[in-house]
Ligand binder design. Structure first.
Ligand code: AVJ
Length: 327
């Protein structure tokens, strides 16, 4: 998986997370950020989500990478004699990426693969797996959040290809996504590439079930945020008093997930020395999963030096991988 939150033991308090909980639950309307979904349990639930019949995103993008690797590689316009860095933001388990790594190695391209993830554990697993499956691949893992690592790009004068897959950009509001892309663009050099995976705008009948699966895995994933607050901050959320409620606006292409209070209640959070009050039906906004089309992507890129060079889609046109080039 990709956008991991901080991995925190129960002894150390994640103060950034606590400050966020204080802010988000004392705001009106209430919110919590999806970046905190990914503790150990959240990571496991997300792996389950990727395998759900309703969650088409991962399968659609995997199909693109599995069926069009050579078209993608040729679009990257790489020179076989020039070393480059293949950087992946939020590498996760590398299942999809291997579809590109294998032919790149087989075709003798000169490159290092630099997967970046906030979770050292995920990186160690990935490195071990790649050693077995693609022994000739040079892997240099980097632990950290995207922004810290983006800065370090500047210190390297090698050509770069950045992978940002899985529609992880969709977890950002449009203004955040725009400034993220600006920052990324500023840290790249002319001709560097970004291969960006985005979920496409499509009917509600397809999108909503992906965020409201029959087995309730996505509900458990969303509710785990409250369990995490219980564990880390001595809170007393009873998750049975909340329900998972996703919404999707077909017009804008924005999916949002909420946790809705089933009744009027007060919840104690020890680390904040505070009760949080909820009315019946009151929502906590926990996630945005934006869907894109080319116009929306262009708007997000408008303040950057990045331009769209090509677009790859799956057979159902559910998902798109855009190849962007820094002008
Ligand atoms: C990992 C951000 C792409 O928004 O679709 C899956 C996370 N949330 N089910 C998404 C997620 C609920 C996922 N991303």
């Amino acid at each position: 998986m990709a956008v991991h939150g901080n991995q925190t033991s129960e002894i150390t308090i994640d103060t950034a997370f606590l400050t966020h909980v204080d802010l988000g639950l004392n705001s009106s309307p209430k919110f919590l950020s999806s970046r905190y979904f990914y503790d150990e349990i959240g990571d496991k639930l997300f792996v389950k989500i990727m395998n759900l019949p309703e969650y088409y995103l991962t399968r659609a993008e995997h199909e693109i990478l599995r069926e069009q690797p050579n078209a993608i590689i040729s679009a990257l316009g790489l020179d076989k004699d020039t070393y480059f860095e293949l950087i992946e933001l939020g590498a996760g388990d590398g299942t999809k990426t291997k579809e590109l790594l294998k032919p790149l190695v087989a075709q003798d391209f000169k490159f290092d693969y630099l997967p970046i993830d906030i979770s050292q554990h995920a990186l160690d697993d990935l490195e071990e797996n790649l050693k077995k499956e693609i022994p000739n691949l040079s892997v240099k893992t980097q632990q950290g959040d995207y922004f810290g690592v983006l800065e370090s790009f500047k210190n390297s004068e090698h050509p770069k290809v950045v992978l940002f897959l899985g529609s992880n950009l969709g977890n950002m509001e449009d203004d955040e996504a725009a400034s993220f892309m600006e920052q990324l663009s500023e840290n790249l050099s002319a001709n560097d590439k970004l291969f960006l995976g985005l979920d496409c705008i499509k009917p509600s009948a397809v999108v909503l079930p992906a965020y409201n699966d029959a087995q309730g895995v996505t509900a458990a994933f969303n509710l785990n945020l409250l369990n995490r607050i219980n564990k880390e901050f001595g809170a007393e959320f009873d998750i049975w008093n909340f329900k998972h409620a996703p919404e999707y606006d077909e017009q804008s292409g924005i999916a949002k997930s909420f946790l809705v209070s089933k009744k009027t209640q007060k919840v104690w959070i020890a680390a904040l020395d505070q009760h949080i009050s909820f009315e019946e039906g009151e929502k906590i906004h926990t996630e945005i999963s934006r869907k894109y089309d080319t116009e929306i992507l262009k708007a997000i890129l408008s303040e950057t030096a990045m331009v769209i060079q090509s677009k790859f889609t799956d057979g159902k046109n559910y998902f798109a991988d855009y190849l962007l080039i820094k002008g």
